[in-house]
Design a protein around this ligand. Structure first.
Ligand SMILES: *[C@@H]1O[C@H](CO)[C@@H](O)[C@H](O)[C@H]1NC(C)=O
Ligand SMILES: *[C@@H]1O[C@H](CO)[C@@H](O)[C@H](O)[C@H]1NC(C)=O
Ligand SMILES: *[C@@H]1O[C@H](CO)[C@@H](O)[C@H](O)[C@H]1NC(C)=O
Ligand SMILES: *[C@@H]1O[C@H](CO)[C@@H](O)[C@H](O)[C@H]1NC(C)=O
Ligand SMILES: *[C@@H]1O[C@H](CO)[C@@H](O)[C@H](O)[C@H]1NC(C)=O
Ligand SMILES: *[C@@H]1O[C@H](CO)[C@@H](O)[C@H](O)[C@H]1NC(C)=O
Ligand SMILES: *[C@@H]1O[C@H](CO)[C@@H](O)[C@H](O)[C@H]1NC(C)=O
Ligand SMILES: *[C@@H]1O[C@H](CO)[C@@H](O)[C@H](O)[C@H]1NC(C)=O
Ligand SMILES: *[C@@H]1O[C@H](CO)[C@@H](O)[C@H](O)[C@H]1NC(C)=O
Length: 470
């Protein structure tokens, strides 16, 4: 029996003498296992949905061992397919006229049967595969790399991809994907490389920030320049003591956290806490607790899951770049100390009950690109110190009780795309300096006590498509 199984490559004999056969295979490393039937069928199912393959699948012949096919790698001891790698476009290559599409067709759900798959890459050149990403890909529990870059895939990202706990790199950029980015992706602790740009995702939601949170800062800079998420490095350092103390100081002033801070345990690394992201040196760069989705209107059924005050210890988060806290009902002024956080690019304290005035210290936040203080109880005037915020792209203070005139210095904020001052108590005239805001796309001044005269300077703003004045 043993000698007959030695001469046989098939599995029929093995099923009779399973134990002997198994010990034979493991003692003979020279023989590779042939392709597993389930995998071969899954790959043929994939091929069946490909309408044109530019020769990439020419060796994929039902009557040959799939482990010998081009672009396939098997585990030699199990015969299970571990890689499907259709090279397509070189990673990060720019599109050009000579673009070819290695594969056209749709992605077969049978790919979900390649249960040992660790690496799946089918990049194209801005066309190619159409249709949805099959939710069955969420079955590929050992997957570490998923690249479907530069196709024409549509529909939403299946939330089942949140099951891919070993996933380290995901690139779905340059497709036609829509819907929201599934929050389940932010549960993937080892996911450090994410490409989702150039799709049609809706919202600029917290999900996206949480994903970004896992990227190393150096690479995030590259991302900022090129508009995509290239390979990101893991944060290797544990949380910095100063940041941990500052965050625990914040937690100490929160009387009820709605579950948001349940992972904030003094004896664990603060870089692993929920809503916190660190850079590679262990400094906290993001604190992101948005109880109310960004973009929600005033009619939303607003709940306030966190109560307590905003601790001045936040001033010690000296590397923080993104600070977003909303849904916080306690009426109090904005801590002026936040004006120390000079690295901030993104500050959202909208939908709280903050009162008092906008601190002039915010004029120090010269790296700010997004400032949202909407839906609070802020009063006082718009500080002219804000004129230093020349990188500001988006400034929103709608629905507060801000008084006085719009400071003409707002005309210095040349990067502004979006200016929303609606539903306040602003008076006087609309400053003609707004005509300097060459990048302005949207201007909201409604529900104030402003003069209705629109300065002629605004007519020269080519990008201004939305003006809501009354
Ligand atoms: C598959 O291989 C067999 C045997 O080598 C050959 O006869 C057959 O034509 C091949 N089929 C395709 C579709 O290439
Ligand atoms: C492979 O996947 C398809 C579709 O997901 C499924 O219907 C089929 O039963 C699977 N086949 C095998 C052999 O696992
Ligand atoms: C997944 O990977 C682990 C570790 O390499 C391995 O033990 C396991 O068998 C793999 N699972 C499958 C379904 O191949
Ligand atoms: C995540 O990465 C770490 C370090 O490489 C590794 O020890 C761990 O097993 C990985 N976790 C998963 C779920 O793959
Ligand atoms: C913090 O973590 C330690 C060790 O894991 C645990 O003993 C303790 O109960 C935790 N404390 C809180 C408040 O969760
Ligand atoms: C801020 O950090 C400094 C050390 O850098 C420390 O002395 C101070 O107590 C901290 N302040 C707060 C409010 O945590
Ligand atoms: C903010 O509101 C609280 C509670 O109503 C009040 O005690 C406090 O004086 C207000 N502060 C300012 C600056 O308006
Ligand atoms: C605007 O309102 C303030 C009071 O908030 C008042 O002092 C000022 O005179 C008003 N300005 C104009 C131009 O109406
Ligand atoms: C206006 O928008 C276009 C396209 O978004 C952009 O390239 C340009 O820089 C913007 N600014 C001006 C002043 O045209």
């Amino acid at each position: 029996m043993a000698s007959s199984s030695r001469n046989s490559r098939g599995t029929t004999n093995c099923s009779f003498i399973l134990i002997l056969c198994f010990s034979f295979i493991s003692s003979s490393q020279l023989l590779s296992q042939a392709c597993h039937d389930v995998d071969r069928l899954a790959l043929l199912g994939f091929k069946a949905q490909i309408t044109s393959d530019s020769g990439n699948l020419r060796t994929w012949n039902a009557s040959t061992d799939c482990c010998t096919w081009e672009h396939i790698t098997c585990d030699t001891t199990t015969g299970r397919v571990v890689q499907l790698n259709i090279p397509g476009t070189p990673d990060m290559a720019a599109p050009d006229e000579t673009s070819t599409f290695p594969l056209t067709g749709t992605l077969s759900p049978t790919l979900g049967n390649l249960s040992s798959l660790e690496f799946l890459k089918i990049n194209n050149h801005y066309e190619g595969l159409v249709g949805p990403i099959p939710p069955e890909l969420g079955n590929l529990q050992n997957l570490t790399v998923l690249y479907l870059w530069g196709n024409h895939l549509s529909g939403s990202i299946p939330s089942s991809l949140g099951n891919l706990v070993h996933l380290e790199a995901l690139d779905l950029s340059y497709n036609q994907l829509s819907g929201v980015i599934p929050p389940s992706l932010s549960l993937l602790k080892n996911l450090t490389s994410i490409g989702l740009e150039e799709n049609q995702f809706t919202g600029r939601g917290a999900e996206y920030d949480n994903l970004r949170a896992k990227c190393d800062r150096i690479n995030a800079d590259i991302q900022a320049r090129h508009g995509f998420f290239p390979l990101c490095l893991k944060s290797s350092q544990a949380c910095h003591d100063v940041d941990r103390a500052a965050l625990l100081g914040f937690k100490a002033q929160i009387t009820s956290d709605g579950g948001n801070l349940k992972t904030w345990n003094a004896s664990t690394d603060c870089c692993t806490w929920e809503h916190i992201a660190c850079d590679s040196t262990g400094r906290a760069v993001q604190l992101n607790i948005l109880s109310i989705p960004e973009g929600a209107g005033p009619d939303e059924d607003t709940s306030f899951p966190m109560t307590g005050t905003l601790s001045p210890t936040l001033r010690n988060l000296s590397s923080i770049e993104l600070l977003k806290i909303n849904g916080h009902p306690v009426a109090e002024p904005i801590p002026t100390e936040l004006g120390n956080l000079r690295k901030l690019t993104n500050l959202n304290l909208g939908f709280n009950k903050l009162n008092g005035s906008i601190p002039s210290s915010f004029g120090n936040l010269i790296n700010l690109e997004y400032l949202d203080l909407s839906y609070n109880h802020l009063s006082g005037v718009i500080p002219s110190a804000l004129q230093s915020l020349t990188k500001l792209i988006d400034f929103e203070i709608t629905t507060n009780q801000i008084t006085g005139e719009i400071p003409p210095e707002i005309g210095n904020l040349r990067s502004l795309n979006y200016l929303s001052l609606g539903s306040n108590k602003l008076n006087g005239s609309i400053p003609s300096s707004l005509g300097n805001l060459v990048n302005l796309k949207s201007l909201y001044l409604f529900d104030n006590q402003l003069s209705s005269v629109v300065p002629s300077s605004l007519h020269s703003l080519k990008n201004l498509t939305t003006i809501v004045i009354s």
